[in-house]
Design a protein around this ligand. Structure first.
Ligand SMILES: *Cc1c(COP(=O)(O)O)cnc(C)c1O
Length: 402
C-alpha cells in the first residue's frame, strides 16, 4: 500500500478515536523506525512506553519466534510453564506476592479496583463496619480508558461525554499529603497513584509523600495501589519505580513494556492478602498466554543481561543535563525534570509545533498536557543517540520559538 492509500483506508474503515500523525511506519530496529517512504526516524518515545528494550530486540524476537511455532494460546483453566516462570520472575523482582495476568494497563487497573472492592467486602477486614469501597486517586493521573480506570483517572478531559462513571472514586491533588489525610475516611479502601505521572506531564511523587501514604495505609488497613504501567520495567533506572522510595505497595499494576511490544498486563498483589481473589471472581480470556509470557520473559532477560538499568542510571542524568543546556538557551523552556529515562520538558508555549518540527527532522518525541514534551528513549540508548536527539530538538525549538 502506498502512503496515501493507507491514510484513505484508515479514513474510511477505522474509527477516528486518535488524532494521527500522517506517517506510516513499516519497520523498527532498536532506536530506529522506518516509514513507508523509506525515511528513518530516531525514536525517543518508542511505543508510548511499550518498547523499553527498543524495537524488535533480538532476545524478545527469538523468544517469540520460538514460542509461536509451538503453542500460542491455551485457556486459563489449564496450566502452562511460561505463565509460571513469568509470575515467578515478576515476584523475584518486586515483592512476595501473586500475579493476575491480563492484556493492558486499563485491565490491570480494573483488576486492582475489583480487588480493592473485594477486599473491602471481606468480613475479617471491615472491623464490624459496613464494607469499605472508596478509592482515592490523584488529579492529572492516568489509569486507562475503560469505565473503572476512567473513573480513577483524575482528568475531566478524558471523562467528559462518558458520564455517569462508576461511583466510589475520590480525586485529590497530587503530592499533597494533607489532601490525602483529609480525604481518608471510614469508607476508604485504597489509595491509587503513579509514582511519576506520565500522561499527566512527568510529575514526580516526593519521597516524603509516598512514605507518609505508606504509613497511613498500613495504620488504617488501606490498600496502597501503585500504577507502574509506565514507571515499571526499568524506565526509572530501577526495575520498578517503588524501589526508589524504600517502600512496598500492596498492589502493583504493570503493562506497557512488560511484554517487550506484545500486549500483556498484570496485577501483582502482596502475599498476605492475595487470597481475597477466589476462583471465579475475576478472569481474562487472553491473559498470560504462552506467547506473551515468553515475550515478557525475553524482555526481562534483555533488561538484565544487557545491563540496561545501569545504562538508565547513567544516561538519564546525561539526557537531563543536555536538556538543561537547552534550557539556558531557550526562554520557552521552564523546567526539565525526570527520573531515569522518564523525562519531561515543561514549556511556556504550546509543544505541538516543536513535536512536529522534530518529526520533520527525523526525531520522535511526545507532547502531553499541551506544553510538556515527554522523552522516553529505549533503556539501552547511547550517548551518541542522545546527542543526536538533543541536536535535532535544539534545531526544532529554534525554528519554532523564533
Ligand atoms: C498507558 C497507561 C495506562 C493504560 O494502559 P493501556 O494499556 O493503554 O490500557 C494506565 N496507567 C498508566 C500509568 C499508563 O501510562
Amino acid at each position: 500500500m502506498l502512503k496515501n492509500e493507507i491514510f484513505e483506508t484508515y479514513d474510511q474503515y477505522i474509527l477516528s478515536t486518535y488524532s494521527r500523525v500522517p506517517i506510516a511506519f513499516v519497520k523498527g530496529k532498536g532506536m530506529d523506525l522506518t516509514d513507508v517512504t523509506g525515511k528513518k526516524y530516531l525514536d525517543f518515545f518508542p511505543g508510548w512506553g511499550v518498547n523499553n528494550v527498543g524495537h524488535c530486540h533480538p532476545k524478545v524476537m527469538s523468544a517469540v519466534r520460538d514460542q509461536i511455532g509451538t503453542l500460542i494460546h491455551i485457556p486459563n483453566n489449564f496450566y502452562h510453564p511460561n505463565q509460571a516462570k513469568l509470575a515467578k520472575e515478576i515476584i523475584r523482582c518486586s515483592f512476595p506476592g501473586k500475579v493476575f495476568f491480563c492484556n493492558s494497563g486499563a485491565e490491570g487497573c480494573e483488576a486492582a479496583i475489583k480487588f480493592a472492592r473485594a477486599y473491602g467486602h471481606e468480613p475479617n477486614v471491615v472491623h464490624g463496619k459496613a464494607s469499605r469501597h472508596e478509592i482515592i486517586t490523584m488529579t492529572n493521573s492516568f489509569h486507562g480508558r475503560t469505565m473503572g480506570a476512567l473513573a480513577a483517572t483524575g482528568q475531566a478531559k478524558h471523562q467528559n461525554g462518558f458520564h455517569p462513571l462508576p461511583p466510589g472514586f475520590k480525586t485529590i491533588p497530587f503530592n499533597d499529603i494533607d489532601a490525602v489525610k483529609a480525604a481518608v475516611n471510614d469508607q476508604t479502601i485504597a489509595i491509587m497513584f503513579e509514582l511519576v505521572q506520565g500522561e499527566g506531564g512527568i510529575n514526580i511523587a516526593s519521597k516524603e509523600y509516598v512514605r507518609q501514604i505508606r504509613e497511613l495505609c498500613t495504620q488504617k488497613d488501606i490498600l496502597l495501589i501503585l500504577d507502574e504501567v509506565q514507571t515499571g520495567m526499568g524506565r526509572t533506572g530501577e526495575i520498578f519505580g517503588f524501589k526508589h522510595y524504600g517502600i512496598e505497595p500492596d498492589l502493583m499494576i504493570l503493562a506497557k513494556a512488560l511484554g517487550g511490544g506484545l500486549p500483556i498486563g498484570a496485577l501483582v498483589v502482596k502475599r498476605a492478602i492475595a487470597d481475597v481473589f477466589k476462583p471465579g471472581m475475576h478472569a481474562s480470556t487472553f491473559g498470560g498466554s504462552p506467547l506473551v509470557c515468553k515475550a515478557s520473559l525475553g524482555t526481562f532477560k534483555a533488561i538484565f543481561a544487557d545491563k540496561m538499568l545501569g545504562n538508565v542510571k547513567k544516561m538519564g542524568p546525561y539526557l537531563i543535563d543536555r536538556l538543561n543546556g537547552l534550557k539556558k538557551k531557550f526562554k520557552c523552556i521552564q523546567e526539565v525534570r525526570g527520573v531515569g529515562l522518564m523525562v519531561g520538558i515543561q514549556l511556556n508555549i504550546e509543544g505541538k509545533g516543536i513535536f512536529e518540527a522534530c518529526l520533520r527532522h527525523g526525531l520522535i518525541i511526545n507532547c502531553t498536557q499541551g506544553n510538556i514534551l515527554r522523552i522516553m528513549p529505549a533503556l539501552n540508548v547511547t550517548k551518541k543517540q542522545i546527542d543526536k536527539a538533543v541536536h535535532i530538538l535544539e534545531k526544532a525549538i529554534s525554528e519554532v520559538a523564533s
